[in-house]
Design a protein around this ligand. Structure first.
Ligand code: ATP
Ligand code: MG
Length: 307
């Protein structure tokens, strides 16, 4: 890197530090397998946390398939800047700020064909050059896997609170989720917990539950890998349609077990009863789950009890 590029990189790192310092908990939502419900979880947790009175930001780092804007019902949002340097997040509702590459795309059908270095700099811009302001939470939606986007998030955000790993109960999804657990450990990121999504399909007519992807695979993985289990969310027929229309699912009228499960998980996260016990300390050479680095630690946190 040339000297002036180094200076700009350092200046950007400083801007990221300053912006992130004003945010309470910074949480990355990840999965090994695609399509397991990361964006669904991110959007619904964000709405549930706002309903609880929190100020929430959502950053969409899925640059090739940015779906967050659609699910929040703000796909017409535009990337706005007053000074040409800093961007103003789109606010689909009070206390909710959203940033996504979708707001910068003139043609929503155009593919984003970017290599890692471009993705890295776009995510760093979203972190450092967006007016996030004072927030209680920044939820970071990621694409599937353990690649450029996740690495950039983990390496750019000082004191990332932790990761939430989403899986379905199906064996192939769980196998991939195990890699996400180990990725977090290798990067020294606390694991807030694992969510088992699509955990049985509830028939809208009779309420009978069909285990389409099986049940319990995520929970068993948590026991096996000693990571917290945040809860299981059933499949529900009305959810995809609500997301396509940008409707808030957790406040949809009617009885919705998936909405109840999402609200319970948001509650658990906000109460701080979940926390990682799973840092790979041999890699880091530091003690596990420092409360100062993990805002979701409370006296109930099993790793804190060990200290
Ligand atoms: N609990 C659920 N019940 C019914 N449908 C669901 C549920 N969770 C997610 N879906 C649907 O499954 C599909 C995939 O969900 P989503 O886009 O949230 O997954 P993702 O992990 O973010 O995918 P990607 O890896 O492509 O980013 C969507 O059509 C969504 O509406
Ligand atoms: Mg997604």
């Amino acid at each position: 890197m040339a000297d002036n590029q180094m200076d700009e990189y350092e200046a950007q790192s400083q801007r990221i530090r300053e912006r992130m310092d004003r945010i309470g908990r910074k949480i990355m939502i990840m999965s090994g397998k695609g399509g397991v419900g990361k964006t669904t979880v991110t959007v619904n947790l964000a709405n549930a946390l706002v309903d609880m009175g929190c100020r929430v930001g959502v950053l969409d780092t899925d640059l090739h398939g940015p779906n967050v804007a659609v699910m929040f019902g703000c796909r017409d949002g535009e990337l706005m800047s007053e000074d040409g340097h800093t961007f103003i997040p789109v606010k689909p509702r009070e206390n909710l700020s959203v940033m996504s590459l979708a707001f910068a795309l003139e043609d929503p059908d155009a593919p984003v064909i970017w290599r890692g270095s471009l993705k890295n700099s776009a995510i760093r811009q979203f972190l450092g050059d967006v007016e996030w302001g004072d927030l209680d939470y920044l939820l970071i939606d990621t694409p599937p896997g353990t690649g450029d986007e996740q690495l950039t998030v983990c390496q750019s955000i000082p004191e990332l609170t932790g990761s939430i790993i989403v899986t379905t109960p199906q064996e192939v999804a769980v196998l991939d989720a195990r890699r996400s657990v180990n990725f977090s450990r290798k990067l020294g990121v606390a694991i807030i917990g694992v969510i088992e999504n699509m955990s049985g399909l509830v028939c809208p007519n009779c309420g009978f539950e069909i285990p389409i992807f099986g049940k319990g695979g995520g929970k068993r993985m948590c026991q096996d890998m000693h990571v917290p289990f945040l809860g299981a969310i059933p499949m529900e027929a009305g959810l995809p349609n609500a997301e396509d229309k940008g409707k808030e699912w957790i406040t949809e009228p009617g009885v919705h077990p998936s909405a109840e499960a999402l609200k319970a998980i948001a509650n658990e996260i906000n109460n701080g009863t979940a926390c990682s016990t799973s840092r790979d300390t041999s890699f880091l050479g530091t003690p596990s789950c420092k409360p100062s680095a993990c805002a979701s630690c409370t006296s109930n946190c099993p790793s804190r009890k060990k200290q």
